[in-house]
Design a protein around this ligand. Structure first.
Ligand code: GLU
Length: 284
């Protein structure tokens, strides 16, 4: 019986050289789709450098991956992210926030020691929650009122096909969302949008049926499913994979040059050596 075409993607930010962890994610994603898309998540213009784009293409091709053109670049799509944000604002779910990181730390200090940490850091204490969008200044960030938003949607649910997730359906109730996610930033003051909005809008616009990404983004997936529900966008299946760690057990970072694909290539490794290192089956 013909199955629905599976569309999967790898969505790196061009902020450095690809390392083993990226190769792992890209190879797993490519192996799980009939069509594999590459998308450049470059909204953070201060950190993204066009020079890294060429090396991303080059390393992925060397690994044996191919993808259709054109490659979407998020910096070309800000209009779509701003429109999605405007819809959420029109639903009364957003508010402007002028708090700096230091303000948030101060508001969370002493009495609330051990304040929960959400996907984007300490849970926002709600200082600006009673402000309205009419009062938004160009220097404000825009936050999602998570209690209101999740009261509208009810519990959010997604399925996970990743190996470490024995319970394949994951759910968060509105009260879990308020207590473990909090009022996340939907538009940063410097770039006018955020990873959360951009990824949700683009996964839907590209018809992605399965999102493959590291387990570090597991909690953020609840935000994404919530935004999909609010914006009437489909929810793909998710596949969260284990993280590739260094010898000390730390997650690989882009500054860890020794694990850059480029360094392995320069040292004479082959693409199948990389698969072996990652315990992935050989290329079909
Ligand atoms: N740009 C994100 C990263 O580099 C992609 C995450 C995702 O797959 O949604 O980690």
């Amino acid at each position: 019986m013909p199955h629905e075409a599976r569309i999967t993607r790898f969505a790196p930010s061009p902020t450095g050289l690809l390392h083993l962890g990226h190769a792992f994610s890209a190879l797993i994603a490519a192996g799980r789709g009939d069509t594999f898309l590459l998308r450049l998540e470059d909204i953070d213009t201060a950190r993204c450098k066009p020079a890294f784009e060429g090396s991303i293409y080059d390393d992925l091709r060397w690994l044996g991956l191919t993808w259709p053109s054109p490659v979407w670049r998020q910096s070309d799509r800000l209009y779509h992210y701003t429109s999605a944000l405007a819809r959420l604002s029109a639903m009364g779910l957003t508010y402007p926030c002028r708090c700096s990181r230091a303000d948030i730390r101060a508001a969370l200090s002493a009495p609330q020691e051990g304040a929960p940490i959400g996907p984007d850091g300490p849970l926002y204490p709600g200082t600006c929650r009673n402000r309205t969008m009419a009062d938004a200044q160009p220097t404000d960030a825009i936050r999602l009122d998570i209690a209101r938003a999740s009261a509208l949607t009810g519990p959010v649910t997604f399925t996970d096909t990743g190996p470490g997730y024995s319970q394949r359906v994951h759910q968060m109730t509105p009260s879990d969302m308020a207590h473990s996610i909090g009022d996340i930033v939907l538009a940063r003051r410097d770039i006018g949008t955020s990873y959360h909005i951009a990824v949700v809008v683009d996964d839907a616009a590209q018809g992605i049926t399965e999102v493959t990404r590291g387990a570090d983004l597991f909690a953020a997936t609840f935000i994404h499913v919530l935004l999909q529900r609010l914006l009437a966008l489909p929810t793909p299946a998710y596949h969260h994979h284990r993280l590739i760690r260094d010898d000390e057990g730390k997650r690989l970072a882009k500054r860890d040059a020794a694990r850059a694909i480029r360094s392995y290539r320069d040292a004479g490794a082959t693409p199948s050596d990389i698969r072996d290192l990652l315990n992935l089956p050989s290329a079909p």
